[in-house]
Ligand binder design. Structure first.
Ligand SMILES: [Zn+2]
Ligand SMILES: [Zn+2]
Length: 205
């Protein structure tokens, strides 16, 4: 409260109206301090108006969950929770870190959760854990940059069940692969290609 009065007096001194002062200063919902607008994070998102700011200041950013949003919700991975009669909303962040929201069929939502790519908020909402960029980083790290097929260095992602056959971009369906194996496997079935590569590796070169 004191701070507010000081700011208003300041505002009067420099000749701006109190209305203007209120637009330049804002009260943080967490620490209750009046601060200059620049001390508040802007609202993100593609469509956002960059002049709009969050209700908490930078200093309080890390406390937003305990104070404003409540604890981060735990995900469920029990797919019986999902409503099979409805389309499921899926939220996540794309490769540019923008929030996105889509709808997917119940079957796809179920598969995404089962294959470790998403968690369940409630019966009609799931949250995607990955985008193209983060999934790739995750798989390469998990597999230690080692090609799943030939065992040599790899830094590309292969879909074991290829996308054209309905395979999804999920941790369970993706493996690290070298460029050679990846392009050679192409649309071949997983087992079929394993046989090919096994024969090749047995041949003395
Ligand atoms: Zn604050
Ligand atoms: Zn390989």
């Amino acid at each position: 409260m004191m701070a507010a009065i000081v700011i208003m007096l300041e505002a009067i001194k420099v000749g701006v109206s109190i209305g203007d002062a209120c637009r330049l200063y804002k009260k943080c919902k967490i620490c209750d301090d009046y601060k200059y607008l620049k001390n508040f994070p802007t609202r993100g998102g593609r469509m956002s108006n960059r002049t709009k700011r969050k209700s908490y200041c930078w200093d309080c950013k890390d406390r937003k969950y305990e104070k404003i949003l409540g604890p981060k919700q735990e995900y469920s991975f029990d797919t019986s929770v999902l409503d099979a009669s409805k389309e499921i909303t899926i939220r996540g962040r794309d490769s540019s870190n923008y929030k996105f929201e889509n709808t997917v069929s119940y079957d796809k939502a179920k598969k995404l959760v089962e294959e470790g790519a998403a968690g369940i908020f409630h019966s009609t909402l799931i949250h995607h854990f990955f985008n193209r960029k983060t999934l790739k980083a995750f798989i390469l790290e998990r597999d230690g940059y080692t090609c799943h097929y030939c065992g040599f260095y790899g830094d590309t992602i292969d879909h074991m069940i290829s996308k054209s056959k309905g395979g999804l971009s999920t941790p369970r369906n993706c493996v690290c692969s070298c460029e050679e194996c990846n392009s050679e496997k192409a649309d071949k079935r997983y087992k079929e290609y394993l046989e090919i590569i096994k024969l090749r590796l047995q041949q003395p070169s």
